[in-house]
Ligand binder design. Structure first.
Ligand code: NDP
Length: 311
């Protein structure tokens, strides 16, 4: 019998329980799945989306894997009691949600919707047509599980897509750049920049005064990655000078974003409250079951977080 503890907000247990049970059964896994235990040393797997940041993970002395329900590992890695291997969530349902969000907002910036939503009543702005998608360059910073899916959809639609990541991507159907040296080249071409990077020491403040200066005049930014990627003062200055034409921001240094924050009040900023996408129980359950089955078979878990890279 495999002992699996589900540890998340109380409201998530009724949502996840049946899909997890069905997914374990489909894999032929004989499990004891619970949301509480008095014997943490007996737990084999933790399915985890912490309700509190200061959980003591050291009590799970025999864990084979922590399977996170979150894509972003940054908050989890802050837990000083974490020593066990941890896999992040790569969920088809979440990926679909992120594609919806990113592609929807690419289209908003492509159609320059702010131009009309900020127009004075009676303004009849006929002297404008958007360029064709092929004449708009969309740069996706972070060609990982989520970024690659978004890039493929935008590319399939006809945008001129380019990608940027830490390691060089081969075989993508669009040009890809990598590393610090590839960043300037990427930014210099882009009309719309999507940041789908994790928050790590290497990505913190990536969008700053210097990198914004490398962008095209009038570029737009969509950030569903993490608030820490952006130097807010630099972005606000660039929005105020129209160097950056608009920003769609889902994630922030402080969440909830305080009501007095200038982002709420800027006519060219759309704030969304960290809702770009979330893990969906029905599709994520299959990933949890797949990963536990792999470890039980002696294989390496999928999507393991590298503690040195921090993602
Ligand atoms: P992945 O780990 O699959 O992809 C991360 C990508 O970022 C990879 O392409 C990686 O490069 C690249 N990267 C990491 N560090 C660097 C660096 N220093 N320089 C250049 N590229 C770098 O993550 P996901 O796609 O699953 O998720 C990305 C992020 O999206 C999450 O970490 C989270 O912060 C955010 N997120 C936000 C949500 C929301 O609702 N707002 C929901 C879900 C996720 P390489 O390919 O070379 O490894």
């Amino acid at each position: 019998m495999i002992n699996i503890l589900f540890s998340a907000r109380a409201a998530q247990w009724p949502v996840y329980r049946a899909p997890l049970e069905a997914a374990f059964a489909a894999k032929g896994l004989k499990v004891n799945l619970t949301d509480r235990t008095d014997a943490p040393e007996t737990v084999d797997y933790l399915v985890y989306a912490p309700a509190r940041e200061d959980d003591d993970l050291s009590v799970y002395t025999n864990l084979k894997l922590i399977q996170s329900l979150w894509a972003g590992p940054d908050k989890l890695l802050k837990n000083k009691t974490l020593t066990q291997p941890m896999a992040r969530m790569v969920d088809p349902g979440m990926t679909q949600g992120m594609v919806d969000y990113v592609f929807g907002h690419i289209m908003r910036h492509h159609l320059e919707v702010d131009r009309f939503s900020n127009a004075k009543p009676g303004a009849w702005l006929t002297d404008w047509a958007p360029p064709l998608p092929a004449d708009r360059t969309v740069a996706i910073l972070g060609i990982g599980a989520l970024g690659m899916a978004c890039a493929k959809v935008a590319h399939g639609y006809g945008f001129n897509v380019i990608g940027w990541s830490r390691t060089q991507k081969e075989g993508a159907p669009f040009p890809c750049y990598a590393g610090v040296e590839g960043l300037e080249q990427t930014l210099a071409q882009a009309d719309i920049i999507v940041t789908l990077l994790p928050n790590t020491p290497a990505t913190e403040g990536l969008i700053n005064k210097e990198t914004i200066a490398q962008m095209k005049d009038g570029a737009a930014i969509i950030n569903p990655g993490r608030g820490q990627l952006i130097d807010d003062d630099a972005l606000l200055a660039a929005l105020n000078s129209s160097k950056i034409s608009g920003a769609t921001l889902d994630v922030f240094h402080t969440e909830p974003l305080p009501a007095e924050h200038p982002y709420w009040h800027h006519p060219n900023v759309l704030v969304t409250p960290h809702v770009a996408s979330e893990t969906r129980a029905t599709t994520a359950a299959d990933i949890v079951a797949e990963n536990i089955a792999r470890v039980e078979e002696g294989k390496e878990a999928l999507y393991l977080i590298d503690p040195t890279l921090k993602y």
